[in-house]
Design a protein around this ligand. Structure first.
Ligand SMILES: O=C(O)[C@H](O)[C@@H](O)[C@H](O)[C@H](O)COP(=O)(O)O
Length: 251
């Protein structure tokens, strides 16, 4: 898998580099298309976005152009401590003036199946309104920036090693009821959508991630199973890795 690799000395430096990268894409897309569609993950990514809500970025970014989505969400109420929405709200969204109507959280009144369908319908509606672009090659939604974290097992979004959802080709948004990482019920964008993005950032910090990073960016694992993170491969877009030195320690 190709892609640019940024290896930073510390998680602090990673956060600064990620802020610079995100701010520059925000500027580019806001000017080019009048909107900037950003997809968030849960987990440590939100903490790594902290420099974006500090000077100079917080003042320079045109937050009114932002449209925020989740690559995966846990099927729990939005005020539950497991909610990725709540995590993003507390650590990021509450600190910047993104219009409420531009934040597309899961409908937490629905079952996992219905919430996945509902989220897909919401994406279709925003394509119709020219907020989300469409990939000319795949015909799928083309988000301007997909910010992905990665688990120590090499999962991204709620796409886990060995799970049949890794092969999902039809659905844009799928549900899972037996996630190995709690809580069990989630919805997730599928690989065809992830890989249609204009830009994907894989944001990975800490020694517990060194093995899957080595498998993906080093010499392969010599194992048969392909890790989900190895399937992140934009069709036409650009992939950028943000690694701290602990995550890159086996490279
Ligand atoms: O809902 C989730 O569980 C997250 O969206 C998930 O996909 C996350 O990005 C990875 O698990 C990495 O999490 P950490 O960065 O905390 O290891």
């Amino acid at each position: 898998m190709a892609g640019e690799k940024k290896i930073l000395d510390s998680e602090e430096a990673l956060s600064t580099s990620l802020a610079e990268y995100t701010a520059s894409l925000s500027d580019k897309f806001a000017k080019q298309k009048g909107s900037f569609t950003v997809v968030l993950s849960g987990g440590s990514l939100i903490k790594s976005l902290r420099k974006l809500v500090e000077a100079p970025y917080v003042e320079s970014i045109d937050w009114s152009k932002w449209h925020v989505f989740w690559v995966d969400e846990r099927v729990v109420p939005k005020n539950h401590h497991h909610s990725n929405y709540l995590l993003a709200y507390d650590g990021f969204l509450s600190k910047v003036p993104i219009p409420c109507g531009n934040v597309y959280a899961i409908n937490d009144a629905l079952s996992a199946e219905a919430a996945a369908d509902d989220y897909e319908t919401c994406v279709k509606h925003l394509i119709h309104n020219n907020i989300i672009s469409v990939s000319e090659t795949s015909g799928l939604p083309k988000f301007d920036l997909m910010l992905l974290g990665m688990g120590p097992d090499g999962h991204v979004a709620s796409l886990f090693p060995g799970h049949p959802l890794l092969k999902e080709k039809k659905k844009w948004v799928a549900f899972i009821k037996e996630s190995p990482k709690p809580p069990p019920e989630r919805i997730t964008f599928t690989f065809p959508v992830i890989n249609s993005s204009a830009n994907i950032a894989l944001v990975v910090a800490g020694a517990s991630k060194a093995h899957p990073v080595h498998v993906t960016l080093g010499n392969g694992n010599g194992e048969d199973e392909v890790l989900p993170v190895q399937m992140v491969s934009p069709d036409e877009g650009k992939l950028t890795w943000f690694l701290d030195k602990d995550a890159a320690s086996k490279l």
